[in-house]
Design a protein around this ligand. Sequence first.
Ligand code: APR
Length: 239
Amino acid sequence: MGRNKSRLVVLSGAGISAESGLGTFRDKGGLWDQYDINEVATPEAWERNPELVLDFYNKRRELVIKAEPNPAHLALAELEKHYDVNIVTQNIDDLHERAGSKNILHLHGEILKAQCSYDPTEVIDINGAHLKLGDLSSNGYQLRPHVVWFGEPVPLMFDAEKIVSEADIFVVVGTSLNVYPAANLLYTCKKFCKKYIVDLNELSNVKFNNLTQFQGKATERVPELVDELIKNPIIPTTL
Ligand code: APR
């Protein structure tokens, strides 16, 4: 009995949330122009100055709470009526959730959650609260942002690879594909998987068969791509 819906996997990055007012990392004036990664987003930074790290994520958490999903997030949620959709996001915001997408995997963590600084499997919801020194986990260790820092393992990478390896359609939205292992996902999908890339810039470093680029703003081009995928449904591959 064949599947009745094609498997569509989305890999999203900061560019999908840019028009919701959340800064990207590597665009001009982006977060990594404003902050030194080594001061706020590494385990060494946490050891050296936890308050600076907590403050960096408290500020970003406030912005996430104030932000709203945009037409790109909403269009991807709409796709679930027509395709078996999985969202693999590098973003730590909850805009895909608030747009109504159901199957979301956060490769780099979730800013509205905290984890025990000793036992990373102990994760709690903090929603919009500020994390402060002295906020402790149930076993008495300092709580830290539930975010994957540079140099740390990406615990959900295997799950993400499995999801992408089964995709019939792979849609990449708003990521510079600069950060590994996440960027490797582009090489994980099946050869005949239909690939789409939505980005403000022409991603020239990406040469693939079966790849269509939708250059432009996510809020304009993602709804266009979704309309096309709904009007001309891609049938599941039987392989
Ligand atoms: N519409 C579409 N694409 C956009 C828009 C927009 N409005 N604005 C920016 N972009 C694109 C940029 O052209 C770029 O390709 O989004 C991408 C943003 O790239 P980065 O800032 O590098 O963000 P991202 O790829 O998500 O970074 C990956 O790096 O710092 C770490 O953990 C962090 O998850 C993050 C990871």
